[in-house]
Design a protein around this ligand. Sequence first.
Ligand SMILES: [Zn+2]
Ligand SMILES: [Zn+2]
Length: 303
Amino acid sequence: MLPYTTTAEAEAFLGRPLTALETLWLHYSAAKSDYFLYCHNILFLFVVFSVVPVFYLLLELVFSKTHRYKIQPKVKLSVSQSFGCYRDVMRMFFLIVGPLQLISYPSIKMIGIRTSLPLPSIGKIVSQLVVYFLIEDYSNYWIHRLLHCKWGYEKIHRVHHEYTAPIGFAAPYAHWAEVLILGIPSFLGPAMVPGHMITFWLWIALRQIEAIETHSGYDFPWTPTKYIPFYGGAEYHDYHHYVGGQSQSNFASVFTYCDYIYGTDKGYRYQKRLLKQLKEGVKSTSSQNGGSYVTSTADLKSD
Ligand SMILES: [Zn+2]
Ligand SMILES: [Zn+2]
């Protein structure tokens, strides 16, 4: 809760006029407890998990022209299978994710996430978010790699790999223990570089939107994330799911540099080279015969 309730009090505290956004924040948050503001994450996560994957479901059901961007075009999930996945995710959301948010507030208070004025600048928000993504990516890489040991995979991580051709709804689909464990990398960034509650909200929402895009099963050439250096994206993580339990490749959640540094992208790179050669080979045959050519990893798979 803010120590001031009126614009005049806040301006006297800051020694300057409030910006429009600060006035908005003051009016919204002044009478609300920090705990209640923190719990907004439950609503944001619910909306992200429920709404963002629907975009990809609509592509699957209505906009068939986009199917040429599907990474595994031969795999088609029915509406009931997609909603079955959403139902399982929601069960985990209400049993684990929501309660975890409700009880984890003391840790947020301890690390110093603030709700007070002044609001951080756009530059500060963006730079903190970049740091959070880098820290999450690095720590998630090692936890994910550990989960691929025999015990970790069979007891916990196997659940997330049930979808060998992932869909948006399946991004948070995992064993309850994995949901808890992977909360640690998400928490580390804000713990090391604590910021404003608004930055924290943005971080929680953007991380999940990124995970949904990564699991969408679509690789659009025009997606803005293609311009982010070392960004993995959907095709990168799809390979990890496609290979499945034996996968010792593409562990990173956001970027590609960890897999490159630690040599866990060799299988993926080999596959890409092979696909390229096959495409070029079949393309030249195809142009002679008028046939179709290899478009994705799925085309290399036997039917
Ligand atoms: Zn995995
Ligand atoms: Zn995954």
